[in-house]
Design a protein around this ligand. Structure first.
Ligand code: THU
Length: 128
């Protein structure tokens, strides 16, 4: 399953719309019922409107009614880690899940949402 997930993330990366940064990112999010949702970054001439690949995958899955996520793969040219904003959203919507960071040739890092965002701010911190 992991190899399929990696392939989906690498393929999604080729769909990225990143004419400004030219940094192409793909993501693949697996659900507990075995579905896979792809995501890519989508930039805008008004730069701050850009959305990252990870959040595209998460919001797309959520919009399809999915709520239970089991694994996230992020594909970049150099296997780098998700940005801080995505880490916060991953924690909110997925809780603790394994995250695999890959490049075009394969796995660079195996990590998890709590490792990427230790001592996360979350729902429990809002009180009653
Ligand atoms: N980007 C992502 O898609 N995910 C990340 O976790 C880091 C950054 C995108 C946003 C922008 O389109 C480009 O990479 C350069 O920052």
């Amino acid at each position: 399953m992991q190899s399929k997930l990696i392939k989906v993330a690498q393929d999604a990366r080729r769909k990225a719309y990143a004419p400004y940064s030219k940094f192409y990112v793909g993501a693949a999010l697996e659900t507990s019922n075995g579905k896979i949702y792809p995501g890519c970054n989508v930039e805008n001439a008004s730069y701050s409107l850009t959305i990252c690949a990870e959040r595209t995958a998460l919001f797309s899955a959520f919009a399809a009614g999915e709520k239970d996520f089991t694994h996230l793969v992020v594909a970049t040219e150099n296997g780098v880690s998700p940005c801080g904003a995505c880490r916060q959203v991953i924690w909110e919507l997925c809780g603790e899940i394994p995250i695999t960071l890959v490049n075009e040739t394969g796995v660079c890092t195996e990590t998890s949402s709590s490792e990427l965002l230790p001592q996360a701010f979350g729902q429990q911190d809002l009180g009653s």
